[in-house]
Design a protein around this ligand. Structure first.
Ligand SMILES: Nc1ncnc2c1ncn2[C@@H]1O[C@H](COP(=O)(O)OP(=O)(O)OP(=O)(O)O)[C@@H](O)[C@H]1O
Length: 413
């Protein structure tokens, strides 16, 4: 039996599928697991439970709670899943990117839980980020381009992970059509407070996002980051009755969600699952100009040229006609970032965009975000729990939970 091993998996690999194969003892070296009881701790598992809850009204993880799994914060969801797995007395657990979407406090909490659990249950960790590996791991491997390789020592393993520096040879492409939003202030929250079922979440938030500013939105799990973002994107009814001005319109003054979407480029990794059709990489980027899923009208020459420039910029020029769904996870993210950015929206929102990426894909993605911040007039809000090593935001909005809801602390970098 392999005791507490960790495998760093590249973004070319379908990590959840690999986890399933390990669980069923199909991967070389893990054959003995076939006879043991193993369970899976992964984001896809959580998504599956959310689906069951919404489609079939089956509340497996949330039996004890009134709240739906979807409305829980990432930390709350992961704790519920772990609890659900442990009562089934597994002999081993396969953990897939267990710390993704978690703030440092929840990561620490979960790390300690795993270390405790590891006294009686074997842990097989599949991670994209090497820094997520648990301290008492005994065996280290990598899974790259379909090949599993074990390392003789911890040092040999870390040496193998050294990355090449990344750079771009071109500037970001220009907008296809200029979006002249006239105002300086894009979004203004004035003393905005939100509570759910009487439970205070946000307490008197004041936040102004101006043209071209680069923000990182931080805060522990459950502090209200998503709540704040969905008020900007028009997807949260809690925005009504608040002193909230979005692109020159006071909230509730008859503005349409479509007017808002015109001004915003948005990306969060779970969006990728919505794109199940047969769209080429090129058409996916162009579809960002029409806020559609895929492309249904003949694109203009300028649209095609601009989308191709984006693909070349991220070294995917040769993949222009390849189907989006056949791209690797890291490549899909770059295409989605280009899709959100092709119209040069006044505001680009990236909600935990590097979750689930391996180290080198995350580094490349971050360099592209920095480059967009430098070379465009778009304001950026980048949501992340991680202190992304090379990200260069100019301002931080940190949500700090207190008894009456989270307060917002603004810091200039
Ligand atoms: N519709 C809802 N009904 C009840 N509670 C909700 C609802 N939506 C969110 N919440 C609760 O509000 C709190 C803030 O949630 P929110 O998703 O905004 O936090 P977050 O900072 O984005 O968390 P995470 O980092 O985990 O994504 C959480 O405790 C969550 O359970």
């Amino acid at each position: 039996m392999l005791e507490h091993c960790a495998i760093v998996v590249d973004n070319q690999t379908h990590i959840e599928k690999l986890a399933q194969e390990i669980l069923s003892g199909k991967v070389q070296g893990f054959e003995r697991l076939k006879a043991k009881k193993g369970l899976l701790f992964s984001n896809e598992q959580i998504e599956q439970f959310i689906w069951e809850e919404e489609q079939h009204d089956r509340k497996e993880l949330t039996q004890e709670s009134e709240q739906t799994l979807r409305s829980m914060s990432s930390g709350e969801r992961k704790k519920s899943l772990l609890q659900h797995l442990l009562v089934q007395n597994p002999e081993f657990l396969v953990l897939v990117n267990p710390f993704d979407h978690l703030d440092s406090e929840s990561q620490q909490f979960l790390k300690e839980r795993f270390l405790n659990i590891s006294k009686s249950i074997s842990l097989i960790q599949l991670v994209g980020r090497a820094n997520d590996i648990l301290p008492d791991t005994k065996k280290y491997g990598t899974f790259k381009k379909g090949l599993l390789k074990w390392y003789k020592s911890k040092n040999a393993f870390w040496d193998s992970l050294k990355n090449n520096p990344l750079s771009f040879s071109e500037r970001i492409p220009n907008a296809v059509k200029a979006n002249h939003y006239p105002g300086e202030e894009l979004v203004t929250f004035k003393d905005v407070s939100v509570s759910y079922d009487g439970r205070p979440i946000l307490d008197q938030i004041n936040w102004t996002i101006r043209k071209g500013e680069f923000w990182q939105l931080m805060g522990p799990n459950g502090s209200g980051k998503t709540t704040l973002l969905t008020m900007i994107t028009g997807d949260n009814l809690k925005g009504y009755g608040q002193d909230l001005t979005l692109f020159g319109h006071k909230k509730g003054s008859g503005e349409s969600v479509w007017d808002l979407k015109e001004q915003i480029g948005y990306f969060t990794p779970s969006m990728v699952d919505q794109f199940r059709g047969y769209h080429s990489a090129l058409n996916m980027i162009i579809s960002g100009l029409h806020d559609s899923i895929g492309l249904y009208t003949e694109p203009s020459d300028t649209e095609v040229r601009t989308a191709y420039q984006w693909l070349r910029l991220v070294n995917l020029g040769q993949k222009r006609e390849e189907l989006f769904k056949t791209l690797s996870t890291g490549e899909k993210r770059l295409v989605m970032l280009a899709r959100a950015m092709i119209k040069h929206p006044p505001l680009l929102i990236l909600d935990e965009p590097t979750a689930g990426l391996d180290d080198s894909s995350a580094a490349f993605f971050i360099s592209l975000v920095n480059k967009i911040a430098e070379e465009s007039d778009s304001a950026i809000v980048f949501v992340s729990h991680r202190r992304e090593k090379n990200l260069n935001p100019k301002y931080i909005m940190a949500l700090k939970p207190e008894e009456d809801g989270s307060v917002g602390l603004v810091k200039k970098m």
